[in-house]
Design a protein. Structure first.
Length: 94
């Protein structure tokens, strides 16, 4: 169980100003959390593998494959302004 003095101490360490009503509220909430953790500790978890996610997560990406690269003509086909083999862009440095 957490006492009100411990809540005040933690608030002081965190540089938080908490009024009396909130100190009582946080004390009760933290005690509820600790009681729930105690209840969870009663479960037999021997043989249970730890999880990183509550549900199975699978990779949604495609497999990597070697493909031919995009040619210059195809890359410049939809360019709004091209000059030779290059994209032409507005000047940004004066």
């Amino acid at each position: 169980m957490i006492s009100r003095q411990e809540v005040e101490y933690v608030a002081h360490l965190a540089r938080l100003e908490i009024d009396d009503a909130h100190k009582d509220k946080f004390t009760a909430q933290l005690n509820d959390i600790l009681l729930y953790i105690d209840k969870l500790n009663e479960l037999d978890t021997k043989g249970i593998e730890p999880l990183s996610h509550a549900i199975a997560v699978t990779n949604a990406f495609r497999e990597d494959g070697v493909l031919d690269s995009l040619g210059t003509a195809e890359a410049l086909a939809n360019a709004p302004d091209a000059r030779g083999e290059f994209f032409r862009v507005p000047k940004v440095i004066e």
